[in-house]
Ligand binder design. Sequence first.
Ligand code: HEM
Length: 404
Amino acid sequence: MAASPEYPILSEAFFADPYPLLRRLREECPVYYHEPLGAWFLARHDHCEAAVRDRRLVNARARELLSTLMPALRGTGELEAMIGQWSRLLWFLDPPQHTRSRGLVMRGFSAAAIERVRGEVRASVEHALAGVTVGGELDVVWQFADPIALEVLCAIFGLPDEQRSDFRRWTTDIMQVAGAGATDEDPALRAKESSARLFALLAAIVQERRARPGDDMISRFLGDDRDDPAVFEEVTIQCFQMVGAGYVTSRNQIACAVLALLEHPDELARLRATPALLIPAIEELLRFAPSVLTTNRLAAEDLEIGGKQIRKGQLVFPILASANRDPAAYVDPDRLDLARGGRPMTFSVGPHYCPGGPLARLELEEALQALLRFPEWRLVGGFDYRGASLQDRGPSQLRVRLGA
Ligand code: HEM
């Protein structure tokens, strides 16, 4: 049996509050080998930033990552099928294929293209708040952030209304395994099945859009190459990537931002008094309370980071949430200062930085603006971080009374 790790990065206590352990890591062991996972974790801002730009650390790692995260399926046809599909997702590609596929995705996800969906985002926010009255209660996770994140993706990708709950279940199954791993066979098999179903649904939608192009995201991805079968396949694969990467992350990020404000009433009051603070406040909330804690890469050759020898074939996890709290990069990093300015590491940097950043920021802007119409927010009851993972951390629920 593997020894229990000195820095328990995957423990319940870590997900409940990762920051004390991340501080210890930065100070005591910034390049840390986690024995049970057989992977390296990077805690310092400069190491994280260098790693995500380092061409010796590659993204072509679907086999290594999935085998590490789903040991129960190692050597099975199920895992092979999943590896075959996932290897083609943007997040698992390196140049030159990554550059080509990323160009296709950016057709629909530039900041200007995202501004065109502001109406859909606003409508989803208003829809989520429709039944809420002053003095009423709202579970910010399940009655607000979740429907917004889901509805926005369904609207811009044209997913049919009647399949929203399937879509929610499938993406949750997939992201659970992608972020935390599954040592048991059940969740691993569920993730594999959900992955196949979501893929089939998206292929049908892309086929439909190919026959009848419109002013939607998928038609923009297809562009003028819609008759090229290779483009059809590529668009289906990258739509799978986008909806998988964009749902749970956005839900958690809205919830994490609201919670951070609830826990810092002086900053919340400052934001209410100065509405122009909202845009810098979003950057600061992304830094202070990111929903994605890490990204990861595979060492394509032996290399050294911070005096430690990383061997070819080992996985490396830059902890972006730790980079965000590094005093070498941010003054007084444990203080939430909505006027701080600057960019967090939350969406990463370099060739793989998150293309969904403009959409996530737009959702945060519309969601916070609408909630701020209620002059008082009061947390009712408790919450925990059950189900959180390195990829997706957010409160399990967040009941708030919206006062007058
Ligand atoms: C607040 C919510 C989100 C956070 C915190 C987040 C964070 C991240 C991070 C850390 C990465 C890895 C970057 C790297 O490895 O260097 C990433 C990649 C990615 N994200 Fe996001 N993301 C969010 C929302 C979204 C949304 C809404 C979408 C799309 C609808 C999206 C699509 C993607 C894609 C496609 C990639 C892979 C990019 C590539 O490898 O080139 N994300 N995201």
